[in-house]
Design a protein around this ligand. Structure first.
Ligand SMILES: Cc1cc2nc3c(=O)[nH]c(=O)nc-3n(C[C@H](O)[C@H](O)[C@H](O)COP(=O)(O)OP(=O)(O)OC[C@H]3O[C@@H](n4cnc5c(N)ncnc54)[C@H](O)[C@@H]3O)c2cc1C
Length: 458
């Protein structure tokens, strides 16, 4: 069979590209060796956020008596949350199947293996492609001493199949993944501790933001051990004994479950290196600005080829690569402004540059920060923890980054991306009318505060 475009991988980078290719009139094949929707739909974004939503409601229930509504939390049932997660996944997967069928994309179930630069084998079929897009994602990578066993030592996949709430959970790794599970399970009612080898939680993030989050999550009862190395894990009477070296000496903990929340590695298709496809020093597929590789007609997108591993980036890259391939153009992908969210309670969302990133890029900038006390809706919703801050370029007064810690931050951050992408100044933003009472008013308050004219801040 011959195609204008063969897409390897049915995750958010791959299936969206197949749909776009077909919408542009191309004959498209999509090859998926496991499940349509990829990591994001089956084991990542969607299932974890189904749990997050349940934990969010649990947090709300705790506050409700103050609002005149009493609901008990006793009815919490992890089994039901897990069942609902499965329903959400299967519904969305059917949606993808429906769209692919509607756009007449040929879907091949099986592993795509390169035979030649324009030839891929799936089972015993050989597909010929004028263009091939690799969007094969990653696999979970564990240090040898920390390999999950699916019983007491768990991966994120295992966490999504727990039927009983662990009374105690130790999370190894305080990156986004580790903190999200820590926050969700703390809200569900587990005792949660986190061990992180680096001196701060969210090691890649601005230290001031990370410190604020640490304080907030500590108040919620999560115990952090940063600068600490896991030394030993031993099973004992259904529990796990864990030893770790902290800056002040050896500590021991007895927990029900341990989650290993460490990184992932790129999953390069078989045969790719044999046909000469170049990889970068981290084992990712080397891409040029237009997402082409060193082999003509082969493109790559998403986690297999980019260091910031997020579903919306995979989609953004996939669409750009597909259009470049099919429209015979070389438009560079624009990854300057990447919104990113950490689903803790309350969630953190950022876009553009933090002050740390601006300083590293040699940009003179300052931070403007306002608290939720400036916004009435935050009191109505009882969600005053957190802040909104802007990174503002000195001289131009342009907002080059937005950071929001607070309820609705994941939805609010899209306005931040528009502000940063369009290069709005504090003054320009302050001229935009924000409806009242809404959490979105925080943008107006921060713009005014940045100009020294704060309305509900001093
Ligand atoms: C627990 C967890 C939570 C996450 N939460 C979020 C979140 O909230 N927001 C967010 O933006 N990101 C989140 N992510 C990251 C997100 O899931 C990934 O960035 C995203 O799925 C990457 O998309 P992709 O298309 O590049 O790869 P993937 O989604 O990994 O898809 C790749 C697909 O290719 C298939 N494949 C691999 N090799 C072959 C082959 N040779 N032939 C055929 N098929 C093949 C795989 O089976 C897979 O289905 C999370 C990740 C994890 C682990």
């Amino acid at each position: 069979m011959s195609y204008n475009l063969i897409v390897l991988g049915g995750g958010p980078g791959g299936y969206t590209s197949a749909l776009r290719g077909a919408a542009l009139g191309a004959k498209v094949a999509l090859v998926e060796k496991a499940e349509l929707g990829g990591l994001c739909l089956n084991k990542g974004c969607i299932p974890t956020k189904t749990y997050y939503h349940a934990s969010f409601l649990k947090e709300k229930i705790k506050k409700m008596p103050k609002w005149g509504i009493s609901i008990t939390e006793e009815g919490f049932n992890l089994e039901k949350v897990t069942e609902r997660k499965e329903l959400v996944i299967s519904t969305l997967k059917k949606g993808i199947e429906f769209l692919l069928k509607g756009r007449k994309v040929d879907v091949y179930k099986g592993e795509g293996i390169f035979l030649n630069p324009g030839q891929v084998k799936v089972g015993d079929q050989v597909l010929e492609g004028e263009n091939i897009l690799i969007a094969t994602g990653t696999y979970a990578a564990f240090p040898a001493a920390l390999t999950p066993n699916g019983e007491n030592i768990l991966s994120s996949d295992d966490m999504l199949n727990l039927r009983e709430l662990p009374a105690s959970l130790l999370v190894v790794g305080a990156g986004v993944l580790g903190l999200e599970f820590a926050s969700i399970y703390r809200s569900f009612g587990s005792e949660v501790s986190v061990v992180e080898i680096m001196p701060q939680i969210l090691p890649q993030e601005d230290p001031l933001i990370a410190e604020e989050i640490r304080k907030l999550l500590t108040r919620q009862g999560i115990k952090f051990h940063t600068g600490s190395t896991l030394m030993e894990m031993k099973a004992k009477d259904g529990k796990t004994l864990v030893e770790f070296l902290t800056p002040s000496g050896m500590e021991r903990l007895e927990v029900d479950k341990v989650l290993i929340a460490t990184g992932r590695k790129p999953l390069v298709p078989q045969g790719a290196q044999e046909i000469g496809l170049a990889l970068d020093p981290w084992g990712m597929i080397s891409i040029k600005e237009d997402l082409s590789t060193n082999i003509q007609g082969i493109y790559a997108a998403g986690d297999v080829s980019y260091k910031i591993q997020l579903a919306h980036i995979a989609t953004h890259m996939g669409l750009c690569a597909t259009e470049n391939a099919l429209l015979k153009r070389s438009k560079p992908v624009d990854l300057r402004i990447i919104p990113r969210v950490t689903y803790i309670h309350p969630p953190l969302a950022l876009t553009g540059l933090t002050l740390k990133e601006a300083t590293e890029a040699g940009i003179k900038a300052r931070t403007v920060k306002v608290l939720w006390t400036a916004v009435g809706m935050a009191l109505i919703e009882e969600s005053r923890d957190g802040f909104c801050s802007f990174t503002v370029e000195e001289g131009t007064e342009k907002i080059i980054g937005v950071q929001i810690l607070g309820h609705e931050a994941p939805n609010l951050i899209s306005e931040g991306s528009v502000i940063v992408q369009e290069g709005l100044t504090l003054h320009k933003l302050s001229e935009i009318i924000h409806p009242h009472p809404t959490l979105g008013e925080i943008y107006f308050e921060a713009a005014e505060a940045g100009r020294g004219l704060g309305l509900h801040t001093l």
